[in-house]
Design a protein around this ligand. Sequence first.
Ligand code: NAD
Length: 252
Amino acid sequence: MTQRLAGKTILITAAAQGIGRASALACAAQGAQVIATDINQVLLQTLQQDSARIQTHVLDVRDTDAVQALAHTVGDVDALFNCAGMVANGTLLECSEADWDLSFDLNVKSMYRMTQAFLPSMLAKAERTQGSVSIINMASMASSIKGFANRCAYGASKAAVIGLTKSLAADYVKQGLRANALCPGTVDTPSLRGRIASAADPVQAEKDFIARQPMGRLATVEDIAPMVVYLASDESRFVTGQALLVDGGVTI
Ligand code: NAD
């Protein structure tokens, strides 16, 4: 078995299910020590049972004090995968201020919080080891790279993630920090299943999600996790400031 992340520690937010969970398992399988965090304690516990290399911490990424406390407890990490995020539906006229604020708080400001808490020790580690540390921010193909209807707050917030990522990459490139944004297409996760189930016509909604991807299927979480492994590993040591698409050909 290859050990592409041997010796590395990676912290992942929103790791209890979906893309975050698959990424935690993929990183652990490649030899990383994984600190998996989420607000869902019950699901997190099942993750810890799946791999001895995964330790779990309950963390709400919207809680600044909790983020600071975790950074203090955990110390330095080699990679930080800011995965937490949510979809608010609707056009601009349908978007309430509460939806807009929640989208930006969970999708973008959480990354500011996490990065501000973990970056100083990560930079110190990069200097100490003469190596590089990696931040991976979850953006999206949908509505940030390519426009889609009814995703105003989501698209705006995920585009902001790309701007934040490029800014980090530019500010810290000389200090051994790499920062990249991950832009998946439509991925079969519990949150997508929830959006499909809540549609007026769930069968048609699933067909529509599939139809927008030229490969003719939804992505699985296992289609996305290898990009997280790559970006956390030294294989991507010359890659920074990028918005990397894994979208089944939507943006061809
Ligand atoms: P998911 O719903 O399957 O999992 C989301 C996880 O986030 C859950 O475990 C939940 O408990 C956790 N969470 C929610 N609020 C939290 C908080 N405040 N603090 C910590 N954890 C919290 O989601 P997913 O579909 O795997 O999406 C993960 C990320 O990928 C999101 O940022 C999403 O926008 C992005 N993304 C998803 C898709 C897709 O099609 N599923 C496509 C592109 C990007």
